[in-house]
Design a protein. Structure first.
Length: 94
């Protein structure tokens, strides 16, 4: 994304941040969560893969593996981008 100009470079612009927690009452918090998940999708996949491979408990590795399968599916990515568009429009209207 840096090569194509979609991401800026410079001090503190390429650092990995935190996933925003979505609140239950504000549309903007849901939109912020979806945006941060899209931005950090690659890092999230890498983290889940490392959790599956490293020495975590069986239940933690199982949950991470299940999340990894779901997050790599076409349906998840399609719905993620669809919700980004829908909630983005709703955020502008609210």
């Amino acid at each position: 994304m840096v090569i194509t100009g979609e991401r800026e470079t410079g001090k503190k612009t390429n650092q990995i941040g935190n996933l925003h927690q979505s609140g239950t009452t504000r549309w903007s918090s849901h939109f912020d969560f979806i945006c941060s998940l899209i931005d950090m999708y690659g890092a999230t996949i890498i983290m889940l893969e490392s959790m599956v491979q490293e020495r975590y408990s069986n239940s933690t590795r199982g949950e991470a593996g299940d999340c990894l399968i779901v997050m790599k599916s076409f349906e998840f990515i399609f719905i993620l981008y669809l919700m980004h568009k829908i909630i983005g429009i709703n955020d502008l209207l609210c």
